[in-house]
Design a protein around this ligand. Structure first.
Ligand code: OXD
Length: 318
């Protein structure tokens, strides 16, 4: 069984992801030194390839691999795979499910939510002005944090915030039950969920249903002055609608880790917007030391004719 590494949509991305590739190769070789690994574009005979490890692979590539038995995403997200309209429908797709990654996401969410609820940006501003006004911070019980997306990452973040005493509600496409956390489900309950969320944390998978879900209509359903934290995908947000909501005061701020176009172009208005805080897609970076052995384990399973673990529901796209 031969593994193909398909990392980067084009030459430029392959260059940018060179570091990922070297790490993945090094770890795979440490797990099995004699593995036959083929790195795109040097795949050799495409009939040889049985297992693909992919991150933003060239579009259309999977269709050219006739004996492929499994595709492994090198991250938690799989939207980069479903973006390929020629993605084969009949082979398992697996993704990384890593407790270390859930913890990283949770830390980012907790830090961002507390930064907001404790009004640290306000106090920083006061310090710059040398102003001593102890205008009360929000009382945490007056502010509800709505977590959109209750997969393994969303649940972990929601439960940890709940344990800190933060008022939490959750929304997901299909109904979920979380201990002590009220949940809403489906498009029919989205409106009520948004109306009750002073801070929205987006941790949704990107699917045709959730693309551009944070549009002007849904942003207008939030309480006035709400705050957005997006660490899922840039395409969950209609960027022009977000700017309009910030400029009208409907939203008071946004912390964004992901963008429609990455890297965020230097001329993009988000960079210099006073109400936007940016991080460069670092909320949780795949930890290769834990992710690659997990992928390798799936490779061994597939080689042995077993079902891989952490498979994605291809009909739902996550
Ligand atoms: C992922 C990511 O999906 O890093 O793993 O965004």
């Amino acid at each position: 069984m031969i593994i193909a590494l398909l990392i980067g949509r084009d030459e430029q991305e392959r260059e940018r992801f060179q570091f990922f590739l070297s790490s993945v190769l090094r770890i795979l070789r440490s797990l099995q030194p004699d593995l036959d690994l083929r790195v795109y574009p040097d795949l050799g005979d495409v009939n040889d390839i049985h297992f693909a490890i992919a991150w933003r692979a060239p579009l259309g590539i999977f269709k050219t691999l006739p004996n492929l038995r499994c595709i492994a995403s090198l991250g938690a997200g799989v939207d980069h795979l479903f973006a390929d309209v020629k993605l084969p429908q009949n082979i398992p797709i697996v993704r990384v499910v890593d407790p270390a990654m859930s913890m990283e996401i949770t830390q980012y969410v907790v830090a961002s939510v507390l930064f907001r609820l404790k009004r640290f940006d306000h106090w920083e501003e006061s310090q710059l002005q040398k102003v001593w006004v102890r205008e009360p911070p929000f009382h945490f019980l007056d502010q509800t944090v709505g977590v959109m997306g209750l997969g393994f990452l969303g649940i972990h973040a929601a439960q940890n915030l709940h344990n800190l005493g933060v008022k939490i509600i959750g929304w997901s496409n299909s109904p979920k039950h979380l201990n002590g956390i009220p949940t809403y489900a489906g498009m029919e309950e989205l409106k009520d969920f948004l109306a009750n969320s002073h801070v929205v944390v987006c941790l949704l998978p990107l699917t045709p249903l959730t693309r551009h879900i944070l549009n002007s209509q849904n942003l207008s359903r939030l309480p006035k002055g709400a705050y957005l934290i997006n660490l899922a995908r840039g395409a969950h947000v209609v960027e022009a609608d977000l700017l309009a909501a910030l400029d009208s005061g409907q939203l008071s701020g946004a912390r964004l880790d992901v963008f429609e176009e990455e890297p965020l172009p230097p001329q993009h208005p988000f960079w210099s917007h006073g109400k936007i805080r940016i991080t460069p897609h670092i909320a949780a970076v795949t930890n290769f030391a834990t992710a690659v052995p997990q992928i390798f384990d799936n490779f061994l399973r597939v080689t042995a004719g077993m079902t891989p673990i952490n498979t994605v529901d291809t009909s739902r796209g996550y």
